[in-house]
Design a protein around this ligand. Structure first.
Ligand SMILES: C[S@@+](CC[C@H](N)C(=O)[O-])C[C@H]1O[C@@H](n2cnc3c(N)ncnc32)[C@H](O)[C@@H]1O
Length: 286
């Protein structure tokens, strides 16, 4: 049984490592999620599990990755919150095509907290469709990152269930997926090749250095698990990672305070997206 005292220790430890904050009402959720870890390690109490993590040796480091796998919520799907992909098409890409920036340099896109890959692959599909329709060459590359090694492995495989594709119409299914014997959908290489998956912890300030000069950042449905302090830390760093004039797309319930972060909100039917001001030209590499 998970005692309150141990819950609080584990809660603080998880928060410091990941930004994910378990409210006291989530004590049973944590207990459920960690149960298997105790069993696998042959430990008899949650207190021992906490001490095991705190050992700091190689085993503890390995276990930390397993902990990330079990404490994260990885719910996602293709074209989740579809208005945001309409905004990508109608506002963001149009602006780049107008400026001529996309075609000459290539768009650098980051899907932070990508889970099993549906989000970055949806972005790739949207951009491929635009290119086909407009006959305009629009080079792009997508970096997709997550904290959970397990979801990253699944993302690299690129095989999805019917449920994951519930918002994908028949024509797109036909064009970009092949049906497996198990009646799953395997994404074609022509989409997969645009996306590179990497481990990245949004709470690791050092890690952001590898993600500078982005044109577009999707960071959706992850900040809802963070408290205000962790959220601010992530948003300040995402801001630095964007080029001036770059765009940030958050989840539906994750609006931000524009004054604090220097983002300009843009209203698109059904969603807000954020643009980093051009006046931040110098602040980009601080
Ligand atoms: C609910 S999913 C969102 C997936 C996708 N962005 C979407 O909106 O459909 C949240 C993801 O955030 C990841 N995550 C949680 N904390 C993180 C952190 N500190 N750094 C990076 N990713 C994190 C989880 O592993 C999970 O895959």
């Amino acid at each position: 049984m998970l005692r309150k005292e141990t819950f609080l220790r584990l809660r603080d430890y998880i928060y410091e490592k990941t930004g994910i904050y378990f409210h006291e009402s989530k004590m049973y959720l944590m207990e459920n999620r960690l149960q298997n870890r105790l069993r696998e390690l042959g430990l008899s109490s949650f207190e021992d599990y906490y001490l095991y993590l705190k050992l700091g040796n190689e085993n503890a480091k390995k276990e930390l990755l397993n902990l990330y796998d079990v404490i994260t919520t990885n719910e996602t799907s293709f074209f989740r919150n579809p208005q945001q992909f309409d905004a990508l098409r109608e506002i963001i890409v149009k602006e780049y095509l107008k400026n001529g920036k996309g075609p000459s340099f290539g768009l650098r896109i980051w899907s932070a907290a990508c889970s099993t890959g549906e989000e970055p692959y949806t972005i790739a599909i949207v951009l491929l469709e635009i290119q086909e329709r407009t006959k305009v060459d629009l080079p792009f590359s997508i970096l997709a990152t997550d904290l959970s090694p397990k979801v990253l492995e699944s993302a690299k495989r690129g095989v999805y269930s019917e449920y994951s594709l519930r918002n994908v119409n028949g024509a797109l299914r036909e064009k970009y997926f092949t049906l497996t014997e198990e009646k799953n959908y395997k994404l074609k290489e022509e989409v997969k090749k645009y996306v590179r998956f990497e481990f990245m912890n949004l709470m690791d300030l050092e890690a952001y250095k590898a993600f500078r000069n982005m044109d577009i950042i999707f960071c959706r449905n992850v900040l809802i698990y963070f408290d205000e302090r962790a959220k601010r830390r992530v948003l300040e760093n995402l801001f630095k990672c964007l080029k001036p004039g770059g765009f940030l797309i958050l989840g539906y319930s994750e609006t931000l305070n524009q004054q604090r972060f220097g983002f300009r909100p843009i209203l698109f039917p059904g969603t807000l997206i954020y643009q980093k001001g051009w006046e931040n030209e110098k602040g980009n590499d601080s």
